[in-house]
Design a protein around this ligand. Structure first.
Ligand code: S3P
Length: 429
């Protein structure tokens, strides 16, 4: 496991970064290309470890996928074209891969087993295995289907009506993918709006899905047709540079090609509310996912409250928002974010534990955290705990530290942003 000496105490950040492809959309491009009929082409695919796990699983399910220079060529033969894998399907660290795959495999008349790394082994799966079992599939795993390894024998699925107990795009998407294979029309109700990339992609592949307020309706038996997908840049990756640009003195950063799907832009709303000098330029609303360029400059920030329905729109950005709050005047409270406890790590605990080591004044609550600003950060030995977003957040925190910072388990960052340090270093002056 790699320990890295991080850059600290820098003067300013200046320049331009083209943000790599969105992780959620990259996963879905492989999945939909595989279950559609025909040849799908994907550009600006994110070659992060998680998305490579998705490719490897679909290859084991018999799909031809060629990959070169962030481009994919996928030959799909519909759901029916998927075949029983010879060995286990390994999802690595990827929650999106395992949960969405369960929805697909629940309707397939063969046996498969899904495994992952140590972190995946601790993440709750009953939220997906439970409703899929009620639709008529057979799924099991450790602790009555709660944890990996998960085994599935799929088959004919009954249409269903399901109210999601948690706001989760992964669970919603798994059920939509199962609903596409069910004998009739299914409805899913969300407690709060979550990222809608699955719904947009179904339409991009010629399928039909409707959304009325928080009620989603999908018909089974639809045939999807191959498409061409250009993956927009990942706002969750851009978030690290947005915060860095706002907190490092004398900085100005242009972030090109950022996905601006309104179900993902909670970070922009929160940063603006905190007083960030953040501008959206060159907005393009014409493709299936809106995009734009962002300009961030050093900002005077004030504390805020982050709570309620905005939480799913910034769930992956909370670690970096916590760092932002350490550099804002006053108190920031993050509430209604219990879901953080079941991410790649318990992100309430890992954020609080690691930022405290650097000198931040931050405490954990049951459903979030309280951050007291503004803190000077010192330095020390920190760890990603194997969580890519914790690793990147700490690398941005280090830029503010006056003493040395060493990051343990830095390799986790390649899960979602293999070029992260190259891009960060290009901005440091
Ligand atoms: C994702 C949904 C979110 C997010 C994850 C990716 C997706 O998880 O945290 O990084 O691609 O659907 P939940 O939907 O479980 O909150």
């Amino acid at each position: 496991m790699a320990t890295l000496k991080l850059k600290t105490n820098i003067n300013c950040l200046f320049g331009e970064v083209t943000i790599p492809g969105d992780k959620s959309i990259s996963h879905r491009s492989v999945m939909f290309g595989s279950i559609a009929y025909g040849e799908t082409k994907v550009t600006n695919f994110l070659p992060g470890d998680d998305c490579l796990s998705t490719i490897s699983c679909f290859r084991k399910l018999g799909v031809t996928i060629e990959e070169s220079d962030n481009q994919l060529r996928i030959i799909g033969n519909g759901f029916e074209g998927l075949t029983e894998p010879d060995g286990v399907l390994d999802v690595g660290n990827s929650g999106t891969t395992i949960r969405l795959l369960m929805g697909i495999l629940a309707g397939r008349p063969f046996f498969s087993t899904l495994v992952g790394d140590e972190s995946i082994g601790k993440r709750p799966m009953t939220r997906v295995t439970g409703p899929l079992t009620r639709m008529g599939a057979w799924l099991d795993g450790r602790k009555n289907g709660a944890f990996t390894p998960i085994s599935i024998r799929g088959g004919q699925l009954n249409p269903f009506h399901y109210e999601l107990p948690v706001a989760s795009a992964q669970v919603k998407s798994a059920l939509i993918l199962a609903g596409l294979q069910a004998a009739g029309e299914s409805t899913i109700i969300e407690p709060a709006e979550t990222r809608d990339h699955t719904e947009r992609m179904i339409q991009q592949f010629g399928g039909e899905i409707t959304k009325n307020n928080k009620v989603i309706t999908v018909k089974g038996g639809q045939k999807l047709t191959a498409s061409t997908i250009h993956v927009p840049g990942d706002i969750s990756s851009a978030a690290f540079f947005l915060v860095a640009g706002a907190v490092i003195p004398r900085s100005e950063i242009v972030l090109k090609n950022v996905g601006l799907n309104p179900t993902r832009t909670g970070i922009i709303e929160v940063m603006k509310k905190m007083g960030a000098d953040l501008e959206i330029v060159q907005k393009d609303d014409n493709s299936f996912e809106p995009t734009g360029d962002l300009i961030i400059k050093t900002s005077n920030l004030k504390g805020t409250v982050v709570e309620g329905d905005i939480i799913p729109k910034l769930i992956d950005e909370i670690p970096i928002i916590a760092l932002l709050a350490t550099q804002a005047e006053g108190i920031t409270v993050i509430k209604d974010a219990e879901e953080l406890k079941v991410k790649e790590t318990n992100r309430i605990d890992t954020v609080v534990y690691e930022l405290r080591k650097l000198g931040a004044s931050i405490e954990a609550t049951n459903d979030g955290m309280i951050i007291y600003g503004k803190s000077n950060l010192n330095g020390g030995r920190v760890s990603s705990h194997g969580d890519h977003r914790i690793g990147m957040m700490l690398s941005i925190a280090a830029l503010l530290c006056i003493n040395n910072v060493e990051l343990e388990q830095s390799e986790a960052i390649s899960v979602s942003y293999p070029n992260f340090f190259a891009h960060l270093n290009s901005l440091i002056h």
